[in-house]
Design a protein around this ligand. Structure first.
Ligand code: ATP
Ligand code: MG
Length: 391
């Protein structure tokens, strides 16, 4: 049997001018996500409906919950705009349910219908009371029956399933996410996607100092992020040579600061080369020595490319909550080392002096090394990975 799912749009309802772009992008993203599932999308100006087979319903709902631009998902029944048909359908839906109190709420956009919303709710309420042993509670009902009377038909539903909200991924162009294996950067990527940015990952690896497992962990995180956007690509920077040069030439306490400056230079160079419009980073103010305001200033001063830091003002616990909700947490806490954790100095500088950074950097031929990193980036298309490639 076919089931009808009603999609309520998220923030796009407030963006009148871009409405078509938003709806088309959302339709695209839904089609991509439901690629292997039989479905039919029917859309109008205010709502979208998806018809699917009853057997696929649960899988489809889980997928839809992850698609940005959808505010809520409603499984509904469709009947003709006829008060007796509506009443009979509502009774048939409620008949097998256990409840004592209910309320009917009506939203009527078909203004030619001869009754107003209140009259319709009362009439349908009376149908229910006549057929089922229960009572009306307008303040705190156990079951809320929602009716939407549109020109084409009436849609009946009980519960709204909350989805992710935000803008459809893709409406804002591309951003490059500095993606480590930690907790923060996947969350930053998720939040950037929620604003409609097509996010790709940029991972700095330093083999043999970092292991294959560390890289696989980042690939696994990319596959989780891919569920929210589709077509997620991971760009892997061969960072070993540059990192070794830094360790050879820079005093211990400045190593992390200089390393981060190099990461931003590489991210900017690559973003310009590949048409990314923004760098996304998982830094959070005060979290570690390299994220004090002074450190962030010294690190950020190498670029004037736009950088967004979606988790910069969140507590660690708030970030962890999101990581758990979006399913990246369990992977993020796997114990594999990162290029930033392998050579952590005992006392990293908390208030780096920009001039010192510049002086230390002159000891190495970094421009050429940065260029070499950018030119040798490996691209992994997460969509085409098989399950065996993962941890
Ligand atoms: P944690 O949850 O352990 O803090 P993290 O990913 O935030 O993990 P940090 O050491 O706090 O790691 O680094 C700050 C930010 O710098 C990261 O969020 C990420 O955006 C970027 N970064 C750090 N290491 C890498 C790396 N190896 N590849 C790509 N980006 C990195
Ligand atoms: Mg962090």
């Amino acid at each position: 049997m076919q089931k009808l799912i009603l999609i309520k749009y998220g923030e796009l309802t407030t963006k009148k001018d871009n409405r078509n772009l938003f709806i088309n992008m959302l339709t695209n993203n839904i089609n991509n996500s439901l690629l292997n599932i039989n479905h039919k999308i029917i859309k109008n100006r205010v709502r979208m409906f998806i018809e699917v087979d009853e057997n696929d319903l649960n899988v489809v709902i889980e997928k839809l919950k992850k698609i940005f631009g959808i505010y809520s998902i409603v499984i509904c029944e469709k009947v003709d705009n006829n008060i007796d048909d509506i009443g009979a359908k509502v009774v048939s839906i409620l008949k097998n349910m256990q409840f004592k109190t209910f309320k009917v709420e009506t939203n009527r956009s078909d203004k030619t219908f001869p009754m107003n919303s209140l009259e319709i709710s009362r009439k349908i309420g009376a149908y229910v009371l006549k057929n089922i042993n229960c009572s009306v509670d307008v303040h705190n009902p156990e079951v809320l029956v929602s009716l939407e009377l549109r020109e084409d038909a009436t849609y009946i539903y009980l519960n709204e399933i909350k989805a992710s909200g935000g803008y459809p991924v893709g409406v804002q162009g591309k951003g490059i996410l500095m993606l480590s294996g930690g907790i923060d950067s996947p969350v930053a990527g998720y939040l950037a996607m929620k604003r409609g940015i097509t996010v790709n990952g940029l991972y700095f690896e330093s083999p043999p100092h970092t292991s294959l497992q560390a890289k696989e962990k980042v690939i696994k995180l990319s596959t989780v992020l891919n569920e929210y956007s589709g077509n997620f690509k991971l760009h892997v920077v061969p960072f070993t040579k540059l990192q070794e040069e830094i360790y050879k030439n820079v005093p211990d306490d400045y190593v992390i600061t200089i390393m981060r400056r190099m990461m931003y230079r590489i991210a900017e160079g690559y973003a310009k080369k590949k048409g990314f419009k923004v760098i996304v980073n998982g830094e959070s103010v005060g979290q570690v020595a390299s994220q004090t305001l002074s450190s962030m200033m010294a690190i950020n001063s190498v670029t004037n490319f736009p950088v967004i830091r979606p988790v910069c003002c969140l507590d660690k616990l708030e970030i962890i909550d999101i990581a758990k909700k979006i399913n990246t947490y369990e992977t993020s806490i796997l114990p594999y080392e990162d290029c930033c954790t392998i050579f952590v100095p005992k006392h990293p500088v908390i208030n780096p002096v920009i001039q010192k950074c510049i002086d230390f950097e002159q000891r190495l031929d970094y421009k050429e090394l940065v260029e070499e990193c950018i030119n040798n980036i490996e691209v992994i298309n997460v969509n085409t990975l098989s399950k065996n490639d993962l941890l």
